[in-house]
Design a protein around this ligand. Structure first.
Ligand code: ADP
Length: 564
């Protein structure tokens, strides 16, 4: 008992350790997940930085290319054709003596390129080429002098200006050269106005196509449009340019150009799958969550299995210790009987021959019970260690059953129990005789133990299709259907018997099942005709004997000495 008391806290301690290790695994998995998440966050942030960098680079190149385009137009000597709606190769600056044209109107209002000279002080336009609406000319008069005053210094080098603004909702680019007097005062500006969208479109496209927006060491020869899409809008968010491809992505960058370039906003987006592969060494770290979750689940499963095993072990330990105490208990009663009647005989306390005989009978009967008990324990221990060895030999079954019943008679008589045999002679089956005897004795013993006094037991037998069935019927309480499987388990006793005065250790039926199974047979329990229990043993390999068989079997049986 003391071992039991110490075992319980130990079990709890072990379960505690297992649970603790599971908690640790979960914490580790959580930490790993947090680390992986932050690793992923850093990687994603890096890609967003690359996107922002590409937007910035795009802006730098757009500025450069726009400036170059504008200056190449401002500085090339003039050569006007008639068609001023297409882009001229040269500007009319060679001489500024060009006469003032009357602004043309009608269909050709706002030709592609409108050339002008504007006086800084008066806003007059002494020189004009191409067509323009009144609104465009007013815009030139309002915007250019104030832009020069506000943004351009008097320095000798600061002579070229660009303004992007909206006229009647349409963005326009004005590019001009400032002419100054000797004191550096701006006198006039000469230049052109053109719709910004069409002017810049080629630039946007060319930059997207030809300029490296990300370091070539990273992207190699991957063309920009396979990796980056571009969208340019004006300050109010109205679209100015959209690249042929558009990637929907989390990796987006934004850059804004200065006011002199119309304050355009550049949006770039990186193509996710390629960016993750090309721009990050080893690619974007994949989420470890499913793996970690399954590891936690596996460790939870392992902990559950271990706890289950521990509980089973604990339960087994408890059963063993119960077993030892119940077996000792079971041994004690017959031993006390044997000692008592032996003493009676030794001290000559018997009054007559009949009493003497009766005492010897009791000693014999209790000694048989002890032998039977010890046999059961030994057999059980052998089967626990998988050491059950049987030597089946052809046996006439009815004869063996009769012998067992005979051997059992003293125990039955003590409870005034009658045993009736309904046996079919001449059936032979390969059985280990002592195993068969032990099986029957266990069943008979249980029938007597759990049934009422003076009941009638029936031992029956049938033979069919090579199977011989033996059964023992009693008039006891029977066994509920729900318990009919469990009673065969070692140490298992029905509740009603576990706490009763009927001594038992719960191994009798386990031994029966083991012995019958070793023969390739089956055992089960059902309801007997009288409402008690019917224990059935079925053995294979049976056959009807020939006369010759019978004589050999009979001979062998008579030569055998009975243990009981
Ligand atoms: P034991 O008899 O030592 O308790 P067994 O393994 O022989 O162990 O039997 C297991 C349990 O099955 C018994 O404790 C009893 O509760 C029940 N049992 C066995 N045989 C009978 C029977 N003939 N009638 C009623 N209950 C029985």
């Amino acid at each position: 008992m003391s071992s039991l008391r110490t075992r319980q806290p130990r079990l709890l301690f072990l379960i505690g350790l297992l649970v603790l290790s599971f908690v640790l695994t979960t914490v580790l998995a959580y930490q790993a997940q947090v680390a992986a998440r932050s690793h992923r966050d850093i990687a994603e942030r890096t890609l967003r930085d690359y996107a922002a960098f590409s937007a910035y680079e795009y802006g730098v190149y757009v500025k450069d290319v726009l400036s170059n385009e504008v200056s190449s137009m401002l500085f090339v000597p003039a050569d006007f054709g008639d068609n001023t709606s297409t882009r001229p190769r040269r500007m009319p600056w060679a001489s500024d003596s060009g006469e003032a044209h009357a602004p043309c109107t009608g269909e050709r209002v706002d030709s592609g390129y409108f050339y002008f000279r504007v006086d800084m002080a008066t806003g007059e336009m002494p020189l004009m080429r191409g067509c323009s609406s009144e609104a465009v000319r007013n815009w030139i008069r309002d915007t250019i002098p104030s832009h020069v005053r506000a943004y351009m210094s008097k320095s000798y080098w600061d002579y070229m200006g660009r303004v992007v603004g909206r006229v009647n909702g349409e963005p326009r680019l004005a590019a001009f050269l400032v002419q100054r007097d000797e004191s550096g005062q701006a006198v006039s500006a000469i230049g052109f106005v053109t719709p910004f969208r069409s002017f810049a479109k080629g630039v946007f496209r060319a930059v997207h196509k030809n300029y490296p927006l990300l370091p070539p060491s990273l992207v190699g020869k991957t063309p920009n449009d396979s990796l980056i899409s571009v969208y340019v809008s004006d300050t109010a968010g109205r679209p100015l340019y959209q690249s042929a491809v558009t990637y929907s992505s989390n990796y987006m960058g934004k850059a804004k150009l200065p006011a002199a370039y119309g304050g355009m906003i550049i949006h770039t987006a990186l193509r996710p799958e390629l960016a993750e592969q090309r721009l990050l060494i080893g690619g974007l770290p994949r989420s470890r969550l499913p793996l970690l979750l399954s590891l936690v689940a596996v460790s939870a499963g392992l902990v559950a299995v271990s706890v289950q095993q521990l509980r089973r072990e604990y339960e087994l330990g408890r059963l063993r210790s119960d077993f030892i105490s119940s077996i000792s208990h079971e041994l004690r009663t017959p031993l006390a009987q044997v000692r008592m009647f032996a003493e009676t005989l030794l001290l000559g306390r018997v009054r007559n021959e009949e009493e003497r005989h009766r005492s010897l009978e009791i000693i014999d009967q209790e000694a048989r019970r002890l032998t039977h008990l010890v046999e059961n324990v030994l057999q059980f221990s052998r089967s626990e260690r998988h050491l059950t060895r049987l030597s089946p030999e052809p046996t006439e079954i009815a004869g063996q059953v009769s012998d067992a019943i005979e051997a059992f008679a003293p125990i039955a008589q003590a409870r005034k129990v009658s045993v009736r045999a309904e046996l079919e002679r001449g059936i032979i089956a390969p059985v280990d005789r002592s195993a068969l005897r032990q099986t029957l004795l266990n069943l008979l013993d249980n029938a007597v133990k759990y049934g009422p006094n003076a009941q009638a037991l029936t031992v029956g037998m049938t033979f069919e299709h090579g199977l011989v069935r033996l059964w023992v019927d009693d008039e006891g309480p029977g066994i509920e259907i729900a318990q009919r499987e469990k009673i065969w388990d070692p140490f298992y006793r029905l509740d009603r018997d576990a706490n009763s005065a009927v001594a038992g250790s719960g191994i009798g039926l386990a031994v029966v099942r083991e012995l019958v199974t070793q023969h390739g047979g089956r055992v089960w329990v059902e309801r007997s005709k009288s409402g008690g229990a019917r224990f059935v043993v079925e053995l294979p390999g049976a056959s009807r004997a020939t006369a010759a068989d019978l004589s050999t079997a009979a001979h062998e049986v008579s030569a055998e000495s009975s243990l009981l």
